[in-house]
Write a protein that binds this ligand. Structure first.
Ligand code: PLP
Length: 469
């Protein structure tokens, strides 16, 4: 392989994301294996982001590879309107085996990406309720298509261009000003915008203050006009872990007002948080749940939408469709089935809970040791570290923080400094906002690999501590 050519063709012909041409930094990968990325010179990098927090069972598990090869013996392409063993089994596994005991899930439809899954959820919610509005939360990421992008509470991730040299910034107008999407506050207790000390203290009109604000938005729109509220229970980019009370109160409020709750489990699903789905920690069930990433450990493109029994019964009475060429592609469905079966056989969800406790405890050891560690939060194998300039005052390194436009020199972002330093120790970590470090290894990670990551973070945080005040 001529890697110089590979990099040069990429540099010259590919429509890059995230970097202007003069920032282009090659990162060639010659192979992926288990929890590692391997560069052309044979360097093994421990991927503590598991792709995009998505390769839940590790890369290239033999069972998944075999299932894909076997599916290709009989199938190339078949439209989802027809039946294949793989689509049927994937649906049965999700509705019956994974969700059956929670007694809410009726049917699943497969699509190709998390963005599509959310787009689909909005269509279903609007048709079911016959209402237009969707409410999302700040600091959420739900995807890049028009509806999902409009629900993004992270500004830079809403389809934009940002200049690396000055403050020039442009955003696709329909994401911010498109129809019938509203963004409400998030329960970000570490930096409560209302100044409260935490979820125990913030009751206003019988609800958490920020949930009350969401309720006021519903009242302003008219409850009869609101189809759904969409949340990531733990936000991938924003590091917000919803307090249990918040989700319970949201559920009460939505149910009382005929509003659906769309639970976006694209990142938190398939064992990531130590249960199959994150809502299972919260003692509630959703009306619609969207899935992606871990459904197939990103080995092929797959995602899905689960609807409650009540919504499924409603759609059973109608002819409903919009065409999607690749939905439930048989080869992809074979990989989904193999992925879920592997997780069940290897008890990876239980493993994520156990190793998650270990990862959380080890991360918390770093909290008192480093000036730059503001807050460590998470569960299972899904943790976040908020990096701060001053631990006492919580002064952020980058004041714009989660509202960043992404302009200027982003190599100086706290999260990117940590990334560069950890890479020197052979570990890939990262994040989606300037001060927000996100960790999400494969559920196959070992204690030794967690220790390796903690050592790398210890080293990287020591560097960042030098900039603390
Ligand atoms: N929802 C959440 C919570 C996500 O984290 C993502 C992607 O990171 C998406 C939706 C969009 O998924 P996709 O990138 O597969 O379109």
């Amino acid at each position: 392989m001529n890697w110089e050519k590979v990099v040069e063709w990429d540099r010259r012909y590919y429509l890059r994301i995230k970097q202007a041409l003069n920032e282009f930094t090659p990162f060639p990968i010659s192979k992926v294996e288990g929890n590692y990325l391997i560069t052309p010179d044979g360097t093994k990098i421990l991927d503590f982001l598991s792709g995009l927090i998505s390769v839940n069972i590790g890369q290239r598990q033999p069972q998944v590879i075999e299932a894909i090869k076997k599916a290709l013996d009989n199938y190339g392409y078949v439209w989802e309107f027809m039946q294949t063993p793989y689509k049927s089994e994937a649906a049965k596994l999700i509705i019956e085996d994974l969700l059956g005991s929670d007694n809410w899930a009726g049917r699943v439809r497969f699509v190709n990406s998390g963005s599509e899954a959310n787009e689909e959820a909005f269509i279903l919610a609007r048709l079911y309720t016959n209402r237009p509005y969707i409410i999302a939360r700040q600091f959420a990421y739900h995807g890049w298509t028009t509806g999902a992008g409009s629900c993004c509470g992270l500004r830079w991730w809403r389809g934009s261009i940002a200049s690396p040299t000055d403050d020039e910034y442009r955003e696709v107008p329909n994401f911010q000003h498109g129809g019938f999407f509203v963004v409400a506050p998030a329960p970000h207790c570490y930096r409560c915008p209302y100044g409260y000390e935490g979820p125990k203290y913030c009751t206003v009109e019988g609800r958490r203050a920020c949930l009350n604000e969401l309720w006021h938005q519903i009242l302003n729109l008219g409850p009869q006009n609101v189809a759904a509220v969409i949340t990531e229970i733990i936000s991938g980019g924003g590091l917000v872990v919803s307090p249990v009370e918040w989700i319970k109160e949201l559920r009460e409020l939505t149910q009382k007002n005929g509003i659906l709750w769309v639970d976006d489990e694209v990142m938190t699903g398939f064992g990531r948080t130590g249960k199959w789905f994150c809502y299972q920690h919260y003692g509630v069930t959703p009306d619609i749940m969207t899935m992606g990433k871990g459904i197939v450990s990103s080995q092929l493109p797959a995602a899905g939408v689960v609807v409650s029994k009540k919504i499924a019964d409603f759609f059973d009475k109608y002819r409903w469709w919009h065409a999607n060429t690749y939905a439930a592609h048989p080869v992809v469905m074979a990989a989904v089935v193999a992925n879920i079966k592997f997780m069940l056989e290897e008890k990876l969800v239980e493993r994520a809970a156990k190793l998650g406790d270990y990862l959380g405890a080890r991360l918390k050891e770093l909290e008192p040791k480093h000036e730059c560690v503001g807050e460590v939060s998470g569960m299972g194998l899904f943790w976040g570290v908020e990096l701060v300039k001053n631990k006492k005052t919580k002064e952020p390194f980058f004041p714009e923080d989660r509202f960043t436009k992404g302009t200027g020199d982003i190599s100086k972002w706290a999260v990117n400094i940590v990334q560069a330093k950890a890479l020197e120790k052979g570990v890939l970590v990262g994040g989606f906002a300037p001060n927000c470090l996100r960790l999400g290894p494969a559920l196959t990670i070992t204690e030794e690999e967690i220790d390796k990551c903690i050592d790398a973070l210890d080293y990287a945080f020591s560097e960042l501590d030098k900039s603390c005040t």
